[in-house]
Every structure is written in C-alpha cells, then in structure tokens.
Design a binder for this molecule. Structure first.
Ligand code: MG
Ligand code: ZN
Length: 539
C-alpha cells in the first residue's frame, strides 16, 4: 500500500514537472517557432577569458560603471536566453585563426587555416549570408576592423587566403550585402588615389569630407566605391553621412581598422567626433534592414577584442569588452518586444590565454578578524589573492599600449627615445607605473632577435626572425614591445597572459529568440554555422 502511494506520488510529481516544463516552453514571446530575422554578434577573440574580465569588472570594480553589476551578457540570459559551448578548431589543426573560424560559422562546414569562405580542400561554399539573400532577405555586415578583414570577409567572399583583401573587396561587392560598414577604405579605391593631384583623389577628398585617410593598397585602377555607387549603394564616410543614409549603404570610416575602444571612449562626448561607434553602425543597419518584410541576416563583429588580446593589453581589452557590451545592449533592446528575431552572440576563438591570477608578491600583512575561529589567531592567507581595485585602474587606462609606443614614445626624436621617456609615457597613460629599469628592459629586449614577430597582418613592428623555427613556439618570449610591457606590469595587475596568439579554449554561445534551444549544447562551430543556416532558411 505504502509503495503504491509512493508510486502515485512519483507519477503526480512527474506529471507536475512535465506540465511545468511544457509551460516553460510555451512561455513568452521569444519562442515563436521560426525567426524572421537573425543577428549574429561575433566578438573576435572573445573567449570565456574575455567575458570573465567584463564580469569581474562589472561585479567587483569598486567604481564599476555597471550600477547594478549587470552586463548585457547577464541580460540576454535573464531575458530567457540560453548558453552553449563551442569548439572552434579548423580542419586538421588544434587551433583556429579568424578566417577559418568565420568560414565555419558562415558555411557550417570545416575550413582550412586562413581560408575565406572555402571548405577544407579549398572549394567555395555558399554562406549563410548568400543563402539569406537568395531567399529574399536583406543582409548586412558590420565590423570595427576592416570590412574586408577575415571575419566579415568569410560571410561574403571566397578566397584562398585572408590576406587577399583586394580580391575579397571585389567578391564582397559582387555578393552585395545591403549594408557593409567598417574600416579599410584602402582596398576599395584605385591606386591612382595615392597621387594627390589625380582627379580620383580630389573626388575622394570631396565626398569623404576629409573624414578618412585616403590611401590605396590596390594594385589596379578599379574604383570599387564608384562601382558600389553604380550598384545603388549610398556611400558614407562619417557619422553624419551615416545618419542620413537610406537604403543600400557602404560605409568606410577609416584607412585600416576603426579606432580602438579607448580612443572611442575618450572621444565619445566630443561634438566634433566624426567616426560612428559600433553601436551606432548597428542601429543604422537595423533601421535599413528591418524595412524588408521577409526579414534579414546581420553579422556584427567587435573585432578589436582580439587585437587587444594579441598585444596582452588588459586595460584596452576591458574597453573593447565594454564596446561589445554596449552594442549587445542595443541589439537586445531592439529585439526586446519582438518574437521574430534570433540573436546569437559568440566568438571565433579565444585569444591570449588571459586570466586574473594570485601571486606571491606583496602578501598582505596578518590581521585580526572578528569571527570566532580567529579569536586566538591572526588571519593571514599565504598569497596575495588580488585587489579588486585593479579593475578600476584597468578601466582608467587612457591610451592603448600601441598608442603609447607608436603615437607617443615613437613620435619623439630618436635620441629622446630613452628608457626614462618610455617610463614617463607609460606612467602618464596607465595606472600601473613602471620604473626606468623596467623601461630599459623592454627597449633592450625588443631589439633582441630572440623575440620573433608573431602576427604580421596586425602591422606591428618588424623584429628579425629566428632561424630556429622551434623557438617560435616559446610564447613567453614575447614578440614586441606591447607584450613586453604587459609582462612588466603583470604582477601588479594580477594578470597572466599565456600567449600572443590564439588558444583552443572553447567559446561560449549565447542565444535568444526563436530556435534558441538549438544552441544550448556542446558544439563545434560547424554545428553553430549549420544551426544559424537552419534558422535563416526556416522562414
Ligand atoms: Mg575578426
Ligand atoms: Zn587574432
């Protein structure tokens, strides 16, 4: 009798849970079956390490700018979103680069290292953007790096190597997303633009209103922005022009990448600011794309998180995370009362092997604690577990390491580029001062050929390469001044950086909106790509 009662109990409980479960599934508006619009937000290099930095700052910085401690990543989950984990490796290798990773996200197929929109043997594969376009949806690509840089490129072009940005620009124009916004005008204008007296240069100076540095990296005379105009694109080069744009729009706001997030933060309230933010570009794109009754596919990239992480520049990386946070906040707000938009937020890989870490430096003094277990002994942990005040200091960094070295220290006459001058510059723009001896070590080491250049396409300083290629793998031998500075301040920041390149650490996938459940899983980025394609083709 008792066991029967128990059985009934169990059945009742199971039924009750099932009902609760069903109720949960048919809950609010976010679960309309098929999304009309799909938005992908990609943080380049934004692994769990980077999201962790943002969350530590939001929750623990004594003067955090997040009053309630809540980031947009918290909000997407609070609003009913889901999380998954995704491996990012490319075909037959352990670690991916951004090109292969974006190709896998865009096509749902394995790709090879540094390939753009190809499968692993080098054949073009139709991307989610191309499929969306075929079904009559509007499409858009936004990046704060160059429009032709690996991440956006992989959604609208097919080339053997990510470095072929001249060819990628032609491809992208042929594919024809309705909105393309970002930097990198240098691949879109003819080589004649480098002659200041040429007609094309004068025309470019005029239409860009002096907002963009005009210089071409093309080897030919193709004027792709003219061709874009003939295909019906409105051309925009600054914030005001962007605000006024309607319909198909090509926006090129800088010579190479757009300004880093510290520069953006510094100039945000400047009435003269002519460069739009990632959020402002996203807002405009949504404006344009949402006019299509059939819906749209939009990819937005916060691409400079990766660059900050390559340089091991923690303060800059925090600002880059604040940039994607602000953009996501806008996207979530836009989609809030809609049931027709799927938002996916992820990264292409993790960069830098970043983490806060405790140290043996400056171990705090023993102190009294009121708790009963400390009535007759002092409280004295054996390590320095880190002061959350460093988070405020990281936020207060006023220039990126690259700017400190290039536009400040590098701008001094050569005979004034001394260790004392470097220490002065670093200490003026960061809250982690270095000594003259430390500055001397940075300058001495960067001229030592044992330090190799790891990331040529970022345009960092060329350092002689080693003959012994094995040494390339020794990441603790950093490859440039930024990374060497990072090493000098690491203990004071409670920060470790394991590499100047990428790691295979799986990335987090956040999703909310119709078909979000598909992303609550452990996946590979080819699966994520397939699920995004399914979502785009579902309606
Ligand atoms: Mg990228
Ligand atoms: Zn990278």
């Amino acid at each position: 009798m008792k066991s029967r009662l128990n059985a009934i109990c169990v059945i009742v409980i199971v039924l009750f849970s099932l009902t609760a479960c069903v109720q949960k599934q048919i809950q609010p508006s976010k679960t309309a079956e098929k999304p009309k619009n799909v938005i992908m937000l990609i943080g380049d290099g934004m692994g769990p390490d980077q999201i962790g930095l943002l969350l530590s700052y939001a929750r623990q910085a004594p003067n955090s700018i997040f009053i309630d401690g809540k980031t947009s990543f918290d909000k997407i989950i609070e609003d009913g979103g889901v999380m998954g984990l995704s491996m990012t490796y490319a075909s037959n290798v352990l670690v991916t680069d951004s090109a292969a990773s974006a190709s896998q996200l865009a096509t749902g197929r394995f790709s090879g290292s540094e390939m753009i929109g190809l499968d692993n043997i080098g054949n073009p594969v139709e991307t989610v953007l191309e499929k969306a376009k075929k079904t009559g949806k509007s499409t858009g690509l936004i990046s704060d790096t160059r429009v032709t840089h690996a991440t956006p490129a992989a959604f609208a072009s097919h080339q053997a190597h990510r470095g072929m940005e001249n060819e990628i620009a032609v491809d992208m124009l042929n594919t024809g997303p309705d909105v393309m916004l970002g930097g990198g005008i240098r691949y879109w204008i003819p080589k004649e633009a480098n002659d200041k007296t040429s007609a094309v240069r004068k025309e470019l100076d005029k239409i860009s209103e002096g907002s963009v540095r005009i210089k071409s990296k093309r080897k030919d005379s193709r004027n792709l922005i003219k061709e874009a105009q003939q295909k019906g694109y409105t051309l925009v080069f600054n914030k005001d022009q962007l605000e006024a744009a309607k319909g198909k729009t090509l926006g090129l706001f800088s010579y190479s990448a757009m300004p880093d997030a510290i520069r953006v933060s510094n100039s945000l309230n400047d009435p003269q600011r002519s460069i739009p933010t990632l959020k402002e570009m996203s807002a405009k794109a949504l404006d344009i794309l949402s006019k299509n009754d059939k819906g749209f596919f939009l990819m937005v990239e916060a691409g400079l998180i990766d660059w900050a992480a390559h340089y091991n520049d923690t303060g800059l990386m925090l600002h880059e995370m604040l940039r994607i946070n602000e953009t996501l906040e806008y996207l979530l707000e836009w989609a809030k009362d809609r049931d027709d938009t799927l938002i996916i937020v992820t990264a292409d890989h993790t960069t830098g092997g970043f983490g806060f870490s405790y140290t043996g430096k400056d171990i705090p003094e023993a102190k009294d604690l009121p708790g009963e277990k400390f009535a007759d002994r002092k409280y004295k942990p054996g390590y320095n577990f880190g002061d959350p005040a460093v988070l405020d200091k990281l936020y207060k960094q006023k220039l990126s390491y690259t700017d400190i070295f290039d536009s400040q220290f590098g701008a001094l006459p050569e005979d004034q580029q001394t260790p004392a001058a470097l220490a002065r510059e670093v200490n003026a723009y960061t809250r982690f001062p270095i000594t003259v001896a430390q500055a001397a070590r940075i300058l001495e080491t960067e001229n030592n050929p044992i330090y190799v250049k790891g990331h040529s396409y970022l345009g960092s300083k060329i350092v002689p390469k080693l003959d012994n290629k094995d040494e390339f793998f020794v990441y603790q031998k950093y490859d440039n001044r930024q990374n060497l500075l990072a090493l000098e301040v690491a203990a004071d920041q409670f920060v470790v950086w394991n590499t100047g390149t990428h790691t295979a650490t799986p990335v987090i996938v956040f999703a909310n909106g119709p078909q979000k459940e598909a992303f609550s899983n452990i996946m590979h980025h080819t699966n994520v790509g397939q699920k995004v394609i399914e979502a785009v083709l579902s309606k």
